[in-house]
Design a protein around this ligand. Structure first.
Ligand code: PEP
Ligand code: MN
Length: 337
C-alpha cells in the first residue's frame, strides 16, 4: 500500500506512522519527496484497518499496489534504480556491456579475454567458476580457484567481475572475490539462494528461468530485495518454446514489459537467448532498440576450444564487430556506449 501524506506532515509525524505500520507486522518504507512524503506498507494490508488511515489527518491518499510484487514495482518507486557494479552504474545513461567467457578456464584464458575487453567500453567481465551443467560429465568449473583467477584479472585490469553462485553456502565466499553475483536461470526460483544473496552487500544479476513467467521473475527479485538487498539487475536470457531452430527464444516482449513494470535495470543475454553465434549481434542490437539497459555476452579468444558454450561465444573480431555495430542502435535509444 502506498500512503501519500499531506504537504504539512512533518518527518516526526511520518516516523510515528511508520512505527505504527511496523507494530502491525508490515514492512514500513519511508520515501521523502520534494513536495510530499510517501510511505509504503508492505505485507498483509488487512491488518492496517485498525489504524483508520483513510480518515487520518495527515493522510492525503491511499493507493493499493495492485501487483503481487511490491518492492520492485514501479508503482512504489517510479524512478529507475541504478545498480553499481564496481564504479559502473547499470541503468544509467550508459548502455552496459558485460562480456567474458561462459566459464573461467585458466588465468591465461581469462587474462587474454580481459586484455581485448579493456580496449572497449566494457563495464565488467563475466565468467563462471561454478557451472550448472545439464550433464554431470561436462566441465563443472574451477570452483574457488576460478574465483581467485577472476580476482587476479580484476586487480590487474580494473574490470569488475560477475560470476554465478549456485549454492547458498557458497554465497559469502563468492562475495569476497567477485563484484556481482549472478543467479542463473536454473536457480531463479531457488528461494533459499535468493534470500542468501539478499543478505549480502553485493549487486545481483538475476537471470530469468527458462520456463518462468515475467511475474515469477519479478517475484524472485522481490525475494532478494525483501531480504535486504536492493541492488538487483534483471536479465532476459531466452525461454523455452516449441521452436527448436535456436537454443531458446529471446523474449524481447519481456524487456519492454519489465521496463514498464519495474524500476530495476534490465539486461539482455543474446548468447544464451539464441545459442547461435551469428545471431548474437542482431539480437544485441534489438536489445538496445527495445530499451534494455545493456547486454551480457559470451566471448572467448578461441571459441572452438572453449570448455562450455563455445558455439555461442564471439571471438575477438566478432566482439569488435558487435561493439561497432551496436553504437548507432544504442544512440538511437538515447544512450551511449
Ligand atoms: C551462464 O550465464 O553461463 C548461464 C549458465 O546462463 P543461464 O543461467 O542463463 O543459462
Ligand atoms: Mn554459458
Amino acid at each position: 500500500m502506498i500512503i501519500i501524506l499531506k504537504p504539512h506532515a512533518s518527518k516526526e509525524e511520518a516516523q510515528k506512522l511508520l512505527q505504527q505500520i511496523e507494530q502491525k507486522g508490515l514492512k514500513p518504507l519511508y520515501m521523502p519527496g520534494v513536495e510530499r512524503t510517501v510511505i509504503g506498507a508492505i505485507g498483509d494490508e488487512r491488518v492496517l484497518q485498525s489504524l483508520h488511515l483513510d480518515s487520518h489527518p495527515l493522510v492525503d491518499q491511499i493507493k493499493p499496489i495492485l501487483s503481487s510484487y511490491k518492492l520492485v514495482s514501479r508503482e512504489l518507486y517510479p524512478i529507475d534504480t541504478r545498480v553499481k557494479v564496481g564504479r559502473h552504474a547499470v541503468g544509467g545513461e550508459t548502455f552496459t556491456v558485460i562480456a567474458g567467457p561462459c566459464a573461467v578456464e585458466s588465468q591465461q584464458q581469462l587474462d587474454g579475454i580481459a586484455d581485448y575487453l579493456t580496449t572497449h567500453a566494457v563495464a565488467g567481465i563475466r565468467g563462471g567458476a561454478y557451472k550448472p551443467r545439464s550433464s554431470p560429465y561436462s566441465f563443472q568449473g574451477l570452483g574457488e580457484e576460478g574465483l581467485k583467477i577472476l580476482k587476479a584479472t580484476s586487480d590487474r585490469t580494473g574490470l569488475p567481475t560477475i560470476s554465478e553462485v549456485v549454492d547458498a553456502n557458497d554465497a559469502p565466499l563468492m562475495a569476497q572475490y567477485v563484484d556481482c553475483l549472478q543467479i542463473g536461470a536454473r536457480n531463479m526460483q531457488n528461494f533459499r539462494l535468493l534470500e542468501a544473496v539478499g543478505k549480502l552487500d553485493k549487486p545481483v544479476l538475476l537471470k530469468r528461468g527458462m520456463s518462468a513467467t515475467i511475474e515469477e521473475l519479478l517475484l524472485a527479485a522481490e525475494y532478494i530485495v525483501n531480504a535486504g538487498n536492493p541492488n538487483v539487475i534483471l536479465c532476459e536470457r531466452g525461454i523455452r518454446t516449441f521452436e527448436t531452430a535456436t537454443r531458446n527464444t529471446l523474449d524481447l516482449n519481456a524487456v519492454a514489459y519489465l521496463k514498464q513494470k519495474t524500476h530495476l535495470p534490465v539486461l539482455v543475454d543474446p548468447s544464451h537467448g539464441t545459442g547461435v553465434r551469428e545471431l548474437v549481434i542482431p539480437l544485441a542490437r534489438a536489445a538496445a532498440a527495445v530499451g534494455a539497459d545493456g547486454i551480457i555476452v559470451e566471448t572467448h579468444t578461441n571459441p572452438a576450444e572453449a570448455l562450455s558454450d563455445g558455439h555461442q561465444n564471439l571471438d575477438p573480431q566478432q566482439f569488435d564487430d558487435l561493439m561497432s555495430s551496436l553504437k548507432p542502435f544504442v544512440e538511437a535509444a538515447g544512450r551511449r556506449l
